[in-house]
Each structure stands twice: as structure tokens, then as C-alpha cells.
Design a protein around this ligand. Structure first.
Ligand code: SAH
Ligand code: SF4
Length: 361
């Protein structure tokens, strides 16, 4: 094979430090790193020839040795409520999705993926039923933000798309470093939320390596139920998970978000609300209550409105911040994992039946 382009480095894969080393390898001064990052992330330029404040010789060198990847969605769906879902085709043919969710005041949050599929196998989650295809690289994580930013500012980022971010910790940390860079998007750690199913050792490592807003998908208040909903609980049961949450370093006024998907008859009982209050004791927490989003891959049912109301009231009465999160983008199945599901069903890829772990209990 004599394709010279195969050896080019994609600059979007590099943290500031790695880009500095790369430029040093070309014999270039350090201060060019900031200029290069501003071209890439602030101006969205992918053609070295257009980087007019860099010496021509450097631009030519870069064009020989590097590339800047640039993503355009293969499909975009827009929901009646303004939620936009992007599907991206990766170089190896795999697909990932991101969802832009409009917020009050013209702001928007982008939900991004960190893996193709997911190894965690949660029984309520469509992504879980695909298994893990592969990790996303740092550049593939960052490119979801770049592509969405072309359509307008992205104020907040949540890693709640496909995949378990802490199962891809190194690339996720490098992507965060790129997203935080002052010469790039300069996101502050409070603008980015990482959601985990509860990989305890990696939670501890994350806290040591980088600052980020942490969300934990709790979804149950007993090990018995959580073992069934989230197999990761068999490895790291509730007591260990809650201890890791207590130890997680928080900034002043910062809280951990606990995601709780309410599933009819499974985890939406008054006793669950009572146990949840006990579990959260001593943790600076807020709770997001998310009605289960029904999909073809699962027999679970959404909770009744009354059950959600009662659950929320119980928490609020005990001074726990509990927000009921409307599932946006329902008409385009924007709940994470569902676009890919729809597309691949249409293509006949999905042949597996529903993973039915506890519905006959
Ligand atoms: N793997 C990480 C990151 C995101 S998972 C985690 O589990 O926290 C995707 C998010 O979608 C999680 O918050 C999960 O609880 C939620 N989710 C998955 N399937 C859902 C469904 N059927 N209805 C509502 N929320 C769902
Ligand atoms: Fe993976 Fe999160 Fe879905 Fe569980 S809920 S299968 S951890 S993506």
C-alpha cells in the first residue's frame, strides 16, 4: 500500500499537549498550537491553506502530515418540539447519534455518544441490546460537538447517548480536555455532564483525572431489582456505588445527578421512593425522574402519571431536588439509542428478540 494519506494524523484526535508534541516533531514553535486550535474549533476551518496567519511552509508541512476531519450528519430528524437528532456514519461504516435538545432562552444541550453500542446490557435500554461494537476515539466524540456547533451554539453537553463513558475512560478524558481547551470550545466542567451506569473503580479514577459534572443512572433502590435492570450492579452493588458517590470530589454548590427511570410496577413503588431518600442521605444530590420510554425492544411499560407524581412529591417533601424530565423528541424516537435502532430495523439488521429479564417476576 502506498497511500501517503494513511499516515496523516487527524488533528481533532489530539489534546493540546499531543498537538504540541506533534508540532515539535515538525520542528515548529509551541505558540502555533493555540492558533491551530482556534482555526479548527472556533472558526471550523479544515483546510490548512486557509489558515492565513500561519507561515506558508508550516501550512504545507501540515497538509503533508495531518488532516482535520469534518463531520456532516448522514441523517437529521427534527421533532415537533425542536429536538434534532443527528446520525453520523463513521469511517468504518458504524453509526453513532447525537441529539440537540432546545432549552429555554434559545440555549441548547447536546447529547453525545461515547461508544458504538454498549457492553453494559441494561434490560430497559435499546442500546444495551446491541452489545458493544467499539469505543469512539476522542476525535469521534469531539466531532459530534463540532458538527452540531455548525448549526448554532451548543451551551451544554451531556454524555448520555450511546455507550458507557467510563468504559471508554481514556478517550473520554482526552475528549474532555479538548472540549475544555481555552483555544477551543472552552467548555467549563460544569457545562459537561458525564452519565455512568456505575463503574465504581472508573468513577474514582475519573474524579482523580478531570473535573466534570457527574450523573449516575441509579434506576433502582434494592440490589435485587438493580441486578435485574442493570447487570453492572452484580459487580458493583448499591453500597459500593453509593460509597463512590460519597467520595466523588465536588466543587462548592455542585451536586451529583441521579437518573431514575420510572418503570411501571418495577421500581415506581412508594417503598422505592422511601428507600431512595435513605440511599441519598449525606450525598449532595439531585434526582431526575424519567418516565420509561417504551420501545419495541422491551416489554416494560411507562409509569402512570399518578405514580410519577407521588414519587416526585415524596422526594420533594423530604427536601430532595427532584425534577421530572420530559422525554423530548418522542415523535422522532430521540431517546438515546432509538434512532440507530429504527434505522437498523429498517435495514433488517436487528434480529434479536427483546431481552426480557424481569417482566415475568
Ligand atoms: N451509559 C450511561 C450513559 C448514557 S445511557 C448511563 O447509563 O448512564 C443513556 C441514558 O438513557 C441513560 O440515562 C439511560 O438511563 C437512559 N435510557 C435508556 N433507555 C431508556 C428508556 N427506554 N427510557 C428512558 N430512558 C432511557
Ligand atoms: Fe449502556 Fe447506559 Fe444503556 Fe445501560 S443505560 S445499556 S449503560 S447505554
Amino acid at each position: 500500500m502506498t497511500d501517503p494519506l494513511r499516515h496523516r494524523v487527524d488533528l481533532k484526535e489530539l489534546t493540546r499537549q499531543e498537538m504540541t508534541e506533534f508540532l515539535a516533531g515538525l520542528g515548529r514553535e509551541r505558540f502555533r498550537v493555540g492558533q491551530l486550535m482556534r482555526w479548527i474549533y472556533l472558526r471550523g476551518v479544515t483546510d490548512f491553506a486557509a489558515m492565513t496567519d500561519l507561515a506558508k511552509a508550516l501550512r504545507e508541512d501540515l497538509a503533508q502530515r495531518a488532516t482535520i476531519s469534518d463531520w456532516t450528519p448522514e441523517a437529521v430528524e427534527e421533532s415537533r418540539d425542536g429536538t434534532r437528532k443527528y446520525l453520523f456514519r463513521l469511517a468504518d461504516g458504524e453509526t453513532v447519534e447525537s441529539v440537540r435538545i432546545p432549552m429555554e432562552g434559545g440555549r441548547s444541550t447536546l447529547c453525545i455518544s461515547t461508544q458504538v453500542g454498549c457492553a453494559m446490557g441494561c434490560s430497559f435500554c435499546l442500546t444495551g441490546s446491541f452489545g458493544l461494537q467499539r469505543n469512539l476515539s476522542a476525535g469521534e466524540i469531539v466531532n459530534q460537538v463540532c458538527a452540531a456547533a455548525k448549526e448554532g451554539p451548543v451551551n451544554n453537553i451531556v454524555m448520555m447517548g450511546m455507550g458507557e463513558p467510563l468504559h471508554n475512560l481514556d478517550n473520554v478524558v482526552r475528549a474532555l480536555q479538548i472540549l475544555y481547551d481555552d483555544d477551543g470550545f472552552s467548555y467549563g466542567p460544569r457545562k459537561v455532564t458525564l452519565s455512568t451506569a456505575g463503574l465504581v473503580p472508573q468513577m474514582r479514577e475519573l474524579g482523580e483525572r478531570i473535573r466534570v459534572q457527574l450523573a449516575v443512572s441509579l434506576n433502582a433502590t434494592t440490589d435485587e431489582v438493580r441486578d435485574q435492570l442493570m447487570p453492572v450492579n452484580r459487580r458493583y452493588p448499591l453500597a459500593e456505588l453509593m460509597a463512590a458517590c460519597r467520595d466523588f470530589p465536588l466543587q462548592p454548590r455542585q451536586r451529583i445527578t441521579f437518573e431514575y427511570i420510572l418503570i411501571h410496577g418495577i421500581n415506581d413503588w412508594p417503598a422505592d421512593a422511601r428507600r431512595l431518600v435513605k440511599l441519598l442521605h449525606g450525598i449532595r444530590a439531585k434526582v431526575n425522574l424519567i418516565p420509561f420510554n417504551a420501545h419495541e425492544g422491551s416489554d416494560f411499560q411507562p409509569p402512570t402519571g399518578e405514580a410519577v407524581e407521588a414519587f416526585q412529591s415524596y422526594l420533594l417533601a423530604r427536601d430532595i431536588v427532584a425534577i421530572r424530565r420530559a422525554s423530548k423528541g418522542q415523535d422522532i424516537s430521540a431517546a438515546c439509542g432509538q434512532l440507530k435502532g429504527k434505522l437498523e430495523r429498517a435495514e433488517g439488521v436487528i434480529s434479536k428478540g427483546p431481552k426480557d429479564v424481569i417482566s415475568d417476576k
